[in-house]
Unconditional design. Sequence first.
Length: 262
Amino acid sequence: MRRYWLENDSFRGDLSSPDSMIGTEVRIEGDSLHHIRDVCRQTIGDHFEVLIDGSAFFVEVVSEKKRELTAVIREVRAIDPLPTPRVRVALAIPRFNVLESVLEKLVEMGVETVQPLFSDNSFIRTATETWSAKEPRFQKIIQSATQQCGRGEKMHLAPATRLNEFLAHLTTEINQGDKVAGLFAYEIGTEPVRDLVTAISKQKPDGVWIFVGGEGGFSQAEVRAFEMCGFKSATLGRQVLRVETACVALVSILKYELGLMR
């Protein structure tokens, strides 16, 4: 069955009570209209699911205008929320084609948030017009992957920031009592990632941050900054992994060891 992600304002009913929305109309317009009607050829009488805020709405298209499709909700099903602790990935920005691949995979693997980082060795080291121009494409990739895997909530792509600024923000949150844990991947890491995850599990955090460097890895200064925040370096073995491989490996190990693959 085809699935599509729609924004809240497409609904005319009360999203706080999804079961009461059977029979409610859904408006499909703008970019969603182009994708659903013009690309996927959905028209009057067709059925599909639309996803939003933890629920999947099975709808039937009942009318069509030049700039709008109207569908009616026929059934509603709840989608399980992401399990806790929430997995979050802070990634030093790699080449854009690599980042696109990573985003798609992390959506499918249930990552809650991706934080792009400008670091000493990242592909771009400061905000640029090129980065701003790419962000809409990154969001479309996230939305497409969300539809494909049937997630009930979009993965959040946070605004890009400097690594040291993000660590300072994260340290403040931890000092204020937020239950957050983390580790960073490093080619000469000192501890096996499984041992670090076992220790993290005992902390019972609400969220876990995984830090992954870009193609150039993290600098020595950045490694010291991680250690000052209390984060330890994790090794994934003797081979140096590509960015996309390291992200998938770390998230997989973390989810398995924390019992998040149920």
